[in-house]
Every structure is written in C-alpha cells, then in structure tokens.
Design a protein around this ligand. Structure first.
Ligand SMILES: *[C@@H]1O[C@H](CO)[C@@H](O)[C@H](O)[C@H]1NC(C)=O
Ligand SMILES: *[C@@H]1O[C@H](CO)[C@@H](O)[C@H](O)[C@H]1NC(C)=O
Ligand SMILES: *[C@@H]1O[C@H](CO)[C@@H](O)[C@H](O)[C@H]1NC(C)=O
Ligand SMILES: *[C@@H]1O[C@H](CO)[C@@H](O)[C@H](O)[C@H]1NC(C)=O
Length: 205
C-alpha cells in the first residue's frame, strides 16, 4: 500500500504539474512551491476517510461538514488527504447517499446525517464528495484526493485483495479510468477562480 500511495502521489503531482500552471502549487526540484510567489509550501495534512463502505466522508452523522472543515483549519492543518475508493466514481458516482444507506440497516445514522447535514442524503456520491472538497476549500484547506482502494471498505490488510496490481479488486483500466475522472473533475479546485480559468481553456480547445 505504501508503494501504491507513493506512485499515486507521483501520478497526481505529474498530472497537476504538467497540465496546470493555473493551480497554486508547482514543483521545483524536490520542493513543492507556490507558483505565484515561488515560496516553498509545506503540507500539513489530516486524513479524512471517505473510502469506507458508506462511500461518504466519515463524521457527517456527528457534525455539519462546514464545522468539521473549520476545525481542521483551526487545528493548524492546511491540507486533507481525502481518501476515495475507485468504484465510488467508476460505478456508483450517480447513486445517492440515501440509497447506499438503505442497503444497510442503520436508520440511526441516517437520521443523524439528516440532522447535521440535511442536504447530503439526496446527493450522489460524487456530489457528496465534492461538497466536502468545497467545504475544505472554503476554509482555505487544500485537498489531496487520495485513491485508497477499489472496493469501498475499510482497509488495509496484505490479503484484502483491494490494493494493487493482480488483486481481485484491482482492475488496471478501471483504476486509470477513476484517476482520469478525478483529475478532470476536480482540476482547479478548491480555487474557484482557477475553475473559471480551466473553463476558459476548455472552451478555447
Ligand atoms: C453518471 O452520469 C453521467 C452523466 O449522465 C455519465 O456520463 C456517467 O457515466 C455516469 N457515471 C456512472 C459511474 O454511472
Ligand atoms: C430529498 O428528496 C426527497 C425525495 O425525493 C424529498 O422528499 C426531500 O424533501 C429531499 N430532502 C432535502 C433536504 O432536499
Ligand atoms: C477491467 O475493466 C474493463 C473496463 O473498465 C473491462 O473491460 C475489463 O473486462 C475488466 N477486466 C477484468 C479482468 O475484470
Ligand atoms: C485562489 O487561491 C489564491 C492562492 O491560494 C487565493 O489567494 C485566492 O483568494 C483564491 N481565490 C478564490 C476565489 O478562492
């Protein structure tokens, strides 16, 4: 898993740095730098799990996502590693959060989500993930969109068949499809003005 994570990080950095001079981050030799100022950026990331069975960021049954994002920023983190499972976007992107909870018998969690994050149950998995990215962006927290597993469930054991080439739940083309989808869908986030720059670039293509 460690190896996979570093490869993915390299992939994401490669994607971001090759396509995106409008993103705020760049690399110079071994440093991550802010493109605009040339200053070194140090990532202080918390891990927010969103790759587990419900295919939803954890804790939304406990607090409004905006409060969680605010607390992360207040605790001094400038970044969140927001994990996802490939199938969330290659297979279930358009399924609603409410639907997945219907397949599990946990009505208490459902009403708690309804209480703290009323909009979330009607969202699709993609919309709910994006809402979390945006909430973090609103608090100036950067997001490392982290591919953690393929099948959405808690990980990681050496024999979970869910992490690397040759595993039962690892289809290389679907993994690439997921990475490409994520890179395309989230480029320019959380900086709203960058999104507009991308839109302009795309319109011009
Ligand atoms: C979700 O819907 C969009 C738009 O209809 C479609 O392009 C995409 O393939 C769908 N994704 C999945 C995983 O079904
Ligand atoms: C969610 O959708 C249901 C059924 O489509 C609707 O009755 C309900 O009002 C919606 N809830 C919210 C918070 O939008
Ligand atoms: C892997 O996924 C691709 C499309 O996403 C599919 O065509 C192919 O059959 C899958 N391979 C296996 C071994 O499941
Ligand atoms: C975009 O990011 C820059 C640098 O991080 C920041 O100064 C600016 O306020 C952001 N713009 C918006 C619209 O969020």
């Amino acid at each position: 898993m460690v190896r996979k994570s570093s490869i993915l990080l390299a992939c994401l950095l490669a994607i971001f740095t090759s396509c995106c001079n409008s993103l705020p981050l760049s690399v110079h030799k071994r440093w991550i730098i802010d493109d605009a100022t040339g200053k070194r950026v140090k990532l202080h990331c918390a891990h927010w799990v969103a790759h587990a069975t419900p295919m939803l960021a954890e804790g939304l049954d406990k607090s409004p996502m905006n409060d969680i994002a605010a607390n992360i920023a207040k605790a001094g983190f400038n970044c969140v590693r927001l994990s996802y499972a490939t199938y969330m976007f290659t297979r279930y992107a358009n399924n609603t959060v409410r639907d997945i909870f219907h397949t599990h018998d946990i009505p208490g969690i459902v009403s708690a989500i309804e209480k703290y994050n009323p909009r979330v149950l009607n969202m699709t998995h993609l919309q709910a993930y994006e809402a979390v990215v945006d909430a973090l962006g609103d608090h100036g927290v950067m997001v490392l969109i982290d591919n953690h597993v393929s099948l959405a469930k808690w990980c990681c054991a050496n024999d979970d068949q869910n992490g690397f080439f040759g595993d039962r739940h690892f289809n290389t083309s679907e993994w690439l499809q997921g990475l490409a989808f994520i890179a395309h869908h989230f480029k320019g986030k959380p900086n709203v003005s960058n999104r507009e720059i991308f839109k302009t670039l795309e319109d011009g293509n």
